[in-house]
Design a protein around this ligand. Structure first.
Ligand SMILES: [Zn+2]
Length: 172
């Protein structure tokens, strides 16, 4: 279903890997790079734009599989009032969480992935670190709460998964 191939392995080495928002090519970014200046090696699109990215199921899986750092997925729906309510908070949070965390928005309508998550409500936040789920929460949150929750979950998962391969990478 996804186009993730064996050669596009991730979660290794000192360079962070991030997926281009435009052509979805995985790019390697040197630690300490000027985030604003980093552009896709293939299409030239800025890799970080201070905005959540809208994704479908296939793009979602590609980002989770090929992003070496964290991916925060917001599951929402057009009919959900609380989802519209937090729209500006998501943009604010995206700008503050980049480049360590890639923020994605998944419309739950017609999404197999959203159903597979078994959520009991939306908006829902699902956090993935090096491809593994590191936390989830349901309900509207402010930008401050989203940023704080994300950092707390990443810290907790780094401590609880010391033996997993993904946790052995050097952190900036
Ligand atoms: Zn690109």
């Amino acid at each position: 279903m996804t186009n993730v191939t064996q050669s596009e392995t991730t979660h290794a080495g000192a360079l962070a890997q991030i997926v281009c928002p435009s052509c979805v090519t995985p790019n390697r970014v040197a630690p300490g790079s000027d985030v604003q200046a980093v552009k896709c090696e293939k299409c030239g699109t800025a890799l970080f734009q201070g905005m959540p990215l809208d994704v479908d199921d296939e793009l979602l899986q590609r980002h989770i599989a090929l992003t070496s750092d964290a991916v925060l997925v917001v599951v929402w729906a057009p009919w959900c009032g609380a989802c519209q309510f937090i729209e500006s908070d998501l943009i604010d949070a995206a700008g503050r969480l980049e480049p360590g965390v890639r923020l994605l928005k998944l419309n739950s309508n017609d999404s197999e992935s959203a159903r597979g998550f078994g959520l009991n409500g939306i908006p829902a936040l699902l956090l993935f670190s090096a491809g593994n789920e590191a936390g989830r929460t349901v309900g509207a949150m402010t930008a401050d709460q989203i940023v704080d929750w994300t950092h707390a979950r990443l810290q907790a998962s780094a401590q609880s998964t010391v033996r997993s391969p993904g946790a052995n990478r050097a952190r900036a």
